[in-house]
Design a protein around this ligand. Structure first.
Ligand code: NDP
Length: 509
């Protein structure tokens, strides 16, 4: 069932990169296009990880047909039995954690410690959702009529279209596929074209865990071709997407025409507030981790620090001093703090925002691609800090998705709240303060789906709901039992054992 997978450091005499295939109806197969595309190591683009199938709408149609066919049996498999396969998959991921993590760092660039965390998130959600196989709770409630029973149960929707980004190439697909599958749906999975190898390794393990043929299908290829074909197909009942706002809007428009269930997770412009009573060393730790971890390419990354004026200078001193010591390089080296950006387009995008930032604030650190020595063949960008940024400046409003931090001074707590909330996004926020009253006000006042007290803006755990307010999404949540709401239909059931016709709202007066 497994394919030949080349993992590990590039050899000095590179062999021909391996070719990987779609996974449809339990078989590894080539695309009808006959074409492939390459995936590269962003830390050294000479390192070609492999060739992947350039999917077509015909490939997608086959995958959806396979998923629909498999669904007839899978939805009737008892949910605890489905959960047992998720347990096996979680255990297999744990067994292969280091291999998956190294493959992720090589393909996507995040430093190895973070890659291990990404895989661990996948394991955690597999185990959590495996348990849902034995819970999957609905309500049993009294009826308003005598001798009548009322309850609600969850049922699967059918085929789920799973479209994922490159920044959490194991965790995000697992966050979507685990609840979909345990609830009895089957899936067609289209990963980002920057991380098809991670997706392939994941699906290999899913096949090994025992998900039946057709229940999990992988189609690689371009968003416009493969993604649109998934969204448009009438046999796909629910779509779960994480990525850019532009693509999210595009998908929502198309899915809306067909009145499809759609869960969107579209990113943020997350802020950390630092009050003058805060532990500034702790705040510095939280800011550096949230701003420059994953090279700023997390939807929960902190790209704004809103600081009470009295704390600006001491915080800036700490931030600058510590940020200068961050080491850039290949994330496979355990001593590296910051890996590359995902691709050349991302470097251009970040560089464009640096020019915007120079007009809006004062550049105090970084501000350019890093190309010295071993960095020459990668997409590296220096950790960058702007100070004296205003809340409505473009660099404080638009998602840059890179290692760029804007420091925004404010007079007091009310001004901090205004700055935090003055954005079209609402994913994550945090506050550093030693005043319990201020902390509780922040929990109440910040308009985000996730709030951290005395921690950075990243660090979601899989058993709590994940998602955001406003344009971060469309109201759905991933993770926790809330994730099941995306992938199930509610069915209300009434059982009348009175032996006579009882009319609700009429015969109970
Ligand atoms: P995209 O939104 O383009 O990509 C995300 C996923 O959507 C990929 O699988 C992509 O496929 C797919 N896709 C692209 N076009 C379509 C389409 N027409 N129909 C269906 N699926 C489609 O994000 P990018 O990778 O281009 O990143 C750009 C920006 O998006 C980032 O700089 C960042 O601001 C934001 N972003 C936010 C993320 C988050 O976690 N919230 C994650 C990733 C990006 P393919 O890879 O083949 O193009």
């Amino acid at each position: 069932m497994t394919q030949t997978a080349a993992i590990g450091p590039r050899s000095s005499e590179p062999a021909e990169p391996p070719t990987f295939r779609h996974f449809i109806a339990g078989e590894w197969c080539d695309s009808t296009s006959g074409a492939t595309f390459e995936s590269h190591n962003p830390a050294d683009t000479r390192d070609v990880i492999g060739r992947f199938q350039q999917g077509t709408p015909a490939d997608v149609a086959m995958a959806i047909r396979a998923a629909a066919d498999a669904g007839a049996m899978w939805r009737r498999t008892p949910a605890p039995k489905r959960g047992e396969i998720l347990y096996r998959f979680g255990a297999l991921m744990a067994e292969h954690k280091e291999r998956l993590s190294r493959a992720m760092t090589r393909e996507m660039g995040k430093v190895i410690a973070e890659a291990r965390g990404d895989v661990q998130e996948g394991i955690d959600i597999a185990f959590l959702m495996a348990g849902e196989g034995r819970r999957m709770f609905g309500d049993t409630v009294p009826s308003e009529l005598p001798d009548k029973w009322a309850m609600s149960i969850r049922q699967p929707i059918g085929v789920a279209g799973i479209i994922t980004p490159w920044n959490f190439p194991i965790a995000i697909p697992c966050w979507k596929m685990m609840p979909a599958l345990v609830a009895g749906n089957t899936v067609v999975f289209k990963p980002a074209s920057d991380t098809p190898h991670c997706a392939t390794l994941l699906v290999e393990l899913m096949a090994e865990a025992g998900f039946p043929a057709g229940s999990v299908n992988l189609v690689t290829g371009a968003g416009g071709e493969v993604g649109d074909a998934i969204v448009d197909n009438p046999d796909v009942g629910v779509i779960s997407f994480t990525g850019s706002s532009d693509t999210g809007r595009h998908i929502a428009t198309r899915a809306g025409r067909k009145l499809k269930r759609l869960s969107l997770e579209l990113g943020g412009k997350n802020a950390i507030v630092v009050m003058s009573d805060a532990d500034l060393d702790l705040a510095t730790d939280g800011i550096l981790w949230s701003a420059f971890g994953t090279t700023g390419q997390r939807c929960t990354a902190a790209s704004r620090v809103v600081v009470e004026r009295a704390a600006v200078e001491p915080l800036m001193q700490r931030l600058e001093r510590r940020a200068r010591t961050l080491r850039l390089g290949s994330g496979l080296d355990e001593s590296i703090d910051v890996g590359p950006l995902i691709n050349a387009g991302a470097v251009d995008k970040v560089a464009g925002y640096i020019e915007v930032g120079r007009r809006e604030g004062e550049l105090v650190l970084g501000g350019e691609p890093a190309r010295d020595g071993e960095l020459a063949n990668g997409h590296f960008f220096s950790p960058t800090i702007f100070r004296d940024v205003m809340p409505m400046d473009r660099i404080a409003q638009e998602e840059i998705f890179g290692p760029v931090l804007s420091v925004i001074p404010v007079d007091d707590y009310p001004a901090a709240v205004t700055a935090v909330n003055q954005t079209r996004y609402g994913l994550s926020s945090s506050i550093f303060t030693t005043d319990a009253n201020t902390a509780f006000r922040a929990m109440r006042d910040f308009e985000t789906g996730i709030v951290y007290i005395n921690a950075g803006t990243t660090g979601a755990e899989t058993h709590l709901p994940f998602g955001g307010w406003k344009e971060t999404g469309n109201g759905h949540r991933e993770a926790g039992h809330a994730a099941l709401d995306t992938f199930t239909e509610w069915k209300a059931i009434y059982v009348d054992f009175s032996g006579r016709l009882q009319r609700a709202q009429i015969d109970n007066q």
